[in-house]
Design a protein around this ligand. Structure first.
Ligand SMILES: CC(C)(COP(=O)(O)OP(=O)(O)OC[C@H]1O[C@@H](n2cnc3c(N)ncnc32)[C@H](O)[C@@H]1OP(=O)(O)O)[C@@H](O)C(=O)NCCC(=O)NCCS
Length: 220
């Protein structure tokens, strides 16, 4: 546990993301998930990405808040990853193009990236937010995409509560399993998934894929 941990177990309420949470959520995402591809975009793009999950019928963001509504953690997922990805792209293409163009100053590279995005939007392979999801995400599988808790709230079961609530949503959509990718160096997260009964289904140098069987595995 961190030295700046809370002195007592926090009150943890789990609910759906609201517009008022967005600023704190974007901060938390950029501070705790710095190696991740969404974090390479400007905060405005991250903001749009999460804002869309408030209205998307195919995806959701859950937040954990304390009794004063202070953000302790979040978890984003999709019950229909393919349609959610399209929904996000359609609602955010302007933000994404702007974010990419502010990052890339080389004209050739900019054209290449823009072409790639357009190709991707038109592509039949647009199945997951990450390309990897496409290979392992047929129907009836939900995905969890991004999640983190604040430094101070670590070790109090906040993320476990978020995961449990996300399973309820997945079950309401009649899904039978959930998949997620985690960077290989996120040892704490990986240990937690192992402990909670997730099964590692693939591993590369940088990422591992985990699956949770909603029908067969009993939550701890
Ligand atoms: C990985 C991460 C999400 C875990 O969040 P967390 O809220 O600390 O996780 P939990 O508290 O639910 O579980 C962590 C440990 O605390 C323990 N714990 C649970 N409730 C507790 C409580 N009330 N009091 C003390 N400890 C508790 C759990 O048993 C677990 O121990 P274990 O790892 O030995 O099984 C968090 O460390 C984080 O944000 N990391 C950076 C971002 C990241 O890696 N995200 C995941 C990418 S997919």
């Amino acid at each position: 546990m961190q030295t700046n941990a809370l002195s007592t177990s926090p009150v943890v309420n789990i609910r759906r993301l609201k517009k008022e949470d967005l600023a704190a959520l974007v901060n938390l995402h950029h501070s705790r998930l710095s190696g991740n591809n969404l974090s390479t975009l400007i905060p405005m793009a991250t903001y749009g990405f999460y804002k869309t999950t408030i209205v998307s019928p195919f995806g959701f963001t859950l937040v954990a808040v304390d009794e004063k509504e202070k953000l302790l953690g979040f978890l984003m997922g999709a019950t229909d990853p393919s349609r959610h990805s399209r929904f996000v792209l359609i609602h955010n293409w302007c933000r994404i193009l702007f974010a990419v163009s502010t990052r890339i100053f080389d004209r050739q590279l900019r054209i290449k990236v823009a072409n790639k995005i357009v190709k991707k939007i038109n592509s039949k392979h647009l199945i997951g937010i990450h390309e990897g999801h496409a290979k392992i995400t047929p129907t009836r599988k939900g995905v969890l995409t991004y999640g983190a808790v604040t430094n101070e709230a670590e070790g109090y079961g906040v993320f476990t509560k978020l995961l449990t609530s996300s399973f309820e949503i997945m079950r309401m959509h009649n899904l039978n399993s959930v998949v997620l990718y985690v960077y290989s160096d996120k040892y704490r997260a990986r240990k937690l998934y192992d402990h909670l009964g997730w099964i590692k289904i693939s591993e590369s140098l940088s990422k591992c894929a985990y699956m949770f069987d909603l029908e067969g595995t009993k939550e701890k």
